[in-house]
Design a protein around this ligand. Structure first.
Ligand code: ADP
Ligand code: MG
Length: 205
């Protein structure tokens, strides 16, 4: 069971890991994009972190909706609206809740995935963030055990998914302009998703 304090702490941790990996994410975006994914994400999650002190008394839905809106208005690029949508869709599931179960979390991630697919007109196998999100969700739905064990299974699957993007040809986003030359490259958005999930997994480990 996650409390609002857990949620706030996780969001702080997400900002931390994005700041630490800002250059790495930007480097991944260099050969297949426009070298800004780390910069975009770092700007967005810093804006989120700045708002957290004012959100500590709110419910999970309000907090996640604020996160989503903040990401949409600050991240920019393709990933801003997509991550923004993901958090806003999760917020609908978390509406009014001050405690979240693993079942809630899986419903939130499910809604987030559907939101990204709809907004991005994308699906798995296109070398995007969905190639980390969907395997993670599926692995967690199939896993059993403690929250820590389920999240660890999800993180493993997300990391395998990230690795698998190297074997894909991008058909969405900037990388799709490269066609077959996108092959062999690790997707920045899939990588940032795995980093965000790692914060949740570590929190409950
Ligand atoms: P931009 O491509 O506009 O510069 P970013 O560099 O911040 O934006 O983000 C790029 C990431 O966004 C990609 O690595 C990919 O994971 C994700 N992405 C781009 N387009 C889509 C889409 N249509 N559906 C899902 N994810 C996408
Ligand atoms: Mg980019």
């Amino acid at each position: 069971m996650a409390t609002i304090a857990d949620l706030i702490s996780i969001l702080e941790g997400m900002n931390g890991i994005i700041q630490e990996n800002k250059d790495f994410l930007t480097q991944l975006d260099m050969p297949i994009g426009d070298s800004d994914h780390g910069i975009n994400m770092a700007r967005g999650f810093q804006a989120v972190a700045d708002k957290l002190p004012s959100l500590a008394e709110k419910d999970a839905g309000t907090i996640l909706k604020t996160v989503g809106m903040t990401l949409v208005s600050t991240v920019g690029g393709a990933s801003g609206p997509l991550y923004g949508t993901a958090f806003m869709k999760a917020a609908v599931v978390a509406n009014g809740k001050t405690e979240l179960t693993m079942e809630d979390f899986l419903s939130m991630l499910d809604a987030a995935v559907e939101g990204v697919k709809f907004r991005g007109k994308s699906t798995t196998g296109e070398q995007t963030m969905l190639d980390a999100m969907v395997p993670a969700l599926e692995a967690m739905k199939a896993a059993s055990g403690s929250a820590g064990e389920i999240l660890a299974a999800g993180l493993d699957a997300a990391q395998v998914g990230v690795e698998n993007t190297k074997g894909m040809i991008a058909t969405k986003g900037r990388a799709s302009y490269l066609g077959e030359r996108s092959l062999g490259h690790q997707d920045p958005g899939a990588t940032s998703f795995a980093l965000l999930l790692s914060v949740i997994a570590k929190h409950f480990a």
